[in-house]
Design a protein around this ligand. Structure first.
Ligand code: FES
Ligand code: FES
Length: 182
């Protein structure tokens, strides 16, 4: 009992809930607490460490993934909400040993600096290009507006999405790692 007469339950008293969902094409079952965030389950229980923790309040875009075709901040999403859903993270955007067009374009435009924001930028760009393979510059800027990059690579991100759009329209969606940065 606290000084003000309110008893606080320990976090451990909450029962586990088993959820199942598809992540990067694979069915997974995992036990979560009702208060657990999706970012923590993806990173700590499923080892998907591309999902980065930044602001923790839906403002920086570092933690975004695609869930059921929508871009979502996993820091603001309870893990239980993923039950029955399909989640795509950076680990699942290209077959083993290949890079997605947006990854190649980011390398081609030398947009990479520290790379911390990259998983979020890549997932956001993929979300845009899946919906609209020919985005205008304004559309690119608008969708990437929620991805903060402390290294300031913003102009190169726009260039990279335009280049990825060109690759995709030429039918080049995946690249062998050997084709990158030759
Ligand atoms: S950590 Fe989720 S939006 Fe910043
Ligand atoms: S490249 Fe460093 S935060 Fe974006």
């Amino acid at each position: 009992m606290s000084k003000v007469g309110v008893s606080h339950a320990s976090w451990d008293t909450y029962r586990d809930i088993e959820i199942s969902f598809k992540v990067n094409g694979k069915e997974v079952k995992v036990k979560v607490k009702p208060y657990e965030r999706l970012i923590d389950v993806l990173r700590n229980k499923l080892g998907l460490v591309s999902v980065k923790g930044g602001c923790g309040r839906g403002e920086c875009g570092a933690c975004v993934v695609i869930m059921n075709g929508k871009l979502i901040p996993t820091c603001l999403t309870l893990a239980v909400r993923a039950d029955g859903s399909e989640v795509l993270t950076l680990e699942g955007i290209a077959p083993e040993g290949k890079l997605h067009a947006i990854q190649k374009a980011l390398l081609d435009t030398y947009a990479m600096q520290c790379g911390f924001c990259f998983p979020g930028v890549i997932m956001t760009s993929k979300y845009l290009l899946d919906k609209n393979p020919n985005p205008s510059e304004d559309e690119i800027k608008e969708v990437l507006d929620g991805n903060l990059c402390r290294c300031g690579s913003y102009l190169r991100f726009v260039k990279a999405v335009k280049l990825a759009s060109k690759y995709i329209n030429e039918g080049k969606i995946f690249f062998d790692e050997s084709e990158v940065m030759r």
